[in-house]
Write a protein of this length. Structure first.
Length: 319
């Protein structure tokens, strides 16, 4: 069974999926993944069915206003895709296994030869495409560890699951564990610090404490702030957060580790209810995650300017 892989290589305007997004299409019409949120997948499947790709090549969608309307792309949105036949099945299997082991891996495609190379991803590796080489970084599922299994944690867990995070919850208090009723969010055993150590926190993990009990929250923070978590936050007022930082300074944490703490956690949206507080917290988590995986604004604007300059009169206006 032959399979083609489609990658979002470049976007301009209001494209629905970011660069690096993937769609796998089998020659029998089955597909998995998304490059447009459903707008052009059907057309891509038909296109690959008509003529299965022999070598990697580029295609564009949304170049004209008529195309944008035809495929349901947002106004002005355009995408450049790379379609490649999968020839290195063992390499794809290795990528999958590496991600399952919660490691990051960099896959580089040579557009001229169709050959791919694999290497462990460095901390600063990002998606890139220059027309000759397509480099994509694959990593494990984003996840959130919630410390405390109370009312706020329920909102956090439900919202995080809707955002496609894997959710794990730790709380040593038996009365809270007994009433936890969100089976999709895994309840971890043991004390919070032990649970975090056993989990093996990586750079695709966020940790938020919500227990309102320093004996629970601080234990978790002592390990979280020493970990590779991309975000560590703690519920509490400014006054509570200041006292927490003083307490953490009495333990074996360096000043720069304590400075990693987002406390009070969440962005300012005037939140008061548990649902609003959870929303503000997750907004900050998503913002922190996006700074790791999104291209810089200056790079995006430069690409947009280059495209607009080289496309006089022939394409739709880019927003």
């Amino acid at each position: 069974m032959r399979v083609a892989l489609v990658t979002v290589a470049e976007t301009w305007g209001s494209a629905p999926r970011p660069t690096g997004s993937l769609l796998a299409v089998a020659e029998d019409g089955r597909f998995a993944g998304s490059v447009s949120g459903g707008c052009i997948e059907e057309h891509l499947v038909e296109r690959i069915d008509r003529e299965f790709p022999k070598t990697p090549h580029e295609v564009s969608y949304g170049v004209s206003a008529d195309e944008a309307r035809r495929f349901g792309l947002p106004c002005g949105g355009t995408m450049k895709l790379v379609i490649e036949p999968i020839v290195d099945v063992a390499g794809i299997a290795h990528c999958v296994e590496t991600v399952r082991q919660r490691h990051r891996i960099c896959r580089t495609l040579d557009m001229a030869s169709g050959l791919t190379t694999l290497a462990p991803a460095e901390a600063d590796d990002r998606f890139s495409f220059d027309g000759k080489l397509l480099k994509n970084v694959h990593g494990p599922h984003w996840r959130i560890v919630i410390v405390g299994a109370g009312h706020l944690a329920r909102y956090l867990a439900r919202m995080a699951l809707m955002l496609d995070f894997a959710v794990l919850v730790t709380d040593p208090r038996l009365e809270y564990r007994a009433q936890w009723d969100i089976p999709e969010a895994q309840l971890l055993a043991g004390m919070p610090d032990d649970a975090i150590l056993a989990l093996g926190v990586d750079s695709c993990t966020a940790i938020i404490t919500t227990a309102h009990d320093p004996k629970v929250d601080d234990m978790a923070l002592l390990e979280a702030l020493k970990s590779d978590a991309f975000y560590v936050g703690a519920l509490g007022s400014a006054r509570t957060s200041a006292k927490r930082r003083i307490r953490l300074g009495l333990f074996d944490l360096a000043a720069e580790q304590i400075d990693r703490l987002h406390a009070p956690a969440g962005i300012r949206i005037g939140s008061h209810t548990p649902a609003e507080i959870a929303l503000s917290m997750l907004a900050e988590v998503v913002a922190a995650r996006s700074s790791l995986i999104a291209p810089s604004r200056s790079q995006s604007l430069a690409a947009l300017a280059d495209t607009a300059a080289g496309s006089a009169g022939g394409v739709a206006c880019l927003s």
